[in-house]
Design a protein around this ligand. Structure first.
Ligand SMILES: C[S@@+](CC[C@H](N)C(=O)[O-])C[C@H]1O[C@@H](n2cnc3c(N)ncnc32)[C@H](O)[C@@H]1O
Length: 219
């Protein structure tokens, strides 16, 4: 199945953790945000809708092809600005209220450096929000979904982020895990099929939990 379809399914099945995080933080109109490792722009567009025309979302990705994808996805949200940049060298024209990343740290060489860079672009008393998976915790029935770790550098980075945040001297204000669980021919089963080539509809599945870590930036 095409990558794009897999990403669309993934965006759907992990929509709830994104909503939980934005609601708990109370993001509102006028916020300035950075979506680091923005990919196709799912998070950028969601943030753009919340912050509205008076806000701003910098959608940053190392892959220049993502700039056009984000521009297309965010065509109605003029406050979304797509930039090609490595997260390790993150540098923005202004400080932001929130730096967000989802499914990024599992790919990068040095996740702690990226968290540090994210914190560096946030204003005093602003926020860093990190949503990363614990891939090995996914289940088909009682068995781990071993096929998902694939080529990820850090498949279980979600459980390591709180310690990294602590070691960087950031104040962790909230942290929780959410996992989509489903039975039957559901978007979750179709996403798993896209990732593993196996459609599993007779047993319950739990996709890898995503850990949301929220840190407040005090200086
Ligand atoms: C799995 S996608 C996640 C996309 C998006 N955050 C989401 O949740 O839909 C990871 C994205 O991170 C980008 N990426 C990987 N390494 C990066 C780095 N060092 N700096 C910036 N972006 C990076 C990739 O190009 C890719 O678009």
């Amino acid at each position: 199945m095409a990558d794009r379809v897999a990403f669309e399914l993934r965006d759907d099945v992990y929509r709830r953790p994104l909503e939980t995080a934005t609601e708990r933080l109370g993001i509102g109109a006028g916020w300035k945000c950075a979506d680091v490792g923005a990919g196709g722009g799912d998070v950028s567009v969601a943030l753009g809708k919340i912050v509205g025309p008076t806000g701003r979302v910098f959608a940053i990705d190392i892959d220049p092809r993502r700039r056009d994808q984000v521009a297309e996805a965010a065509s109605k949200e003029t406050q979304v600005i797509a930039l090609t940049q490595a997260a390790e060298e993150l540098l923005l024209p202004e400080k932001v209220d929130l730096a967000f990343c989802r499914f990024l740290l599992l790919q990068v060489v040095d996740p702690k450096l990226v968290i540090e860079r994210m914190a560096s672009v946030v204003r005093t008393d602003g926020w860093v929000v990190i949503q990363e998976a614990i891939t090995s915790a996914g289940r088909i029935g009682e068995s781990p979904i071993s096929a998902l770790a694939g080529t990820m550098r850090h498949p279980d980075i979600g459980i390591k982020v709180p310690l990294m945040v602590h070691e960087l001297g950031l104040e962790m204000t909230d942290c929780w895990a959410e996992a989509p669980v489903a039975l039957g021919d559901t978007p979750e089963a179709r996403y798993l099929e896209a990732m593993t080539d196996t459609l599993m509809i007779e047993e319950p599945i739990m996709l890898p939990p995503i850990v949301t870590t929220i840190a407040r930036i005090r200086r």
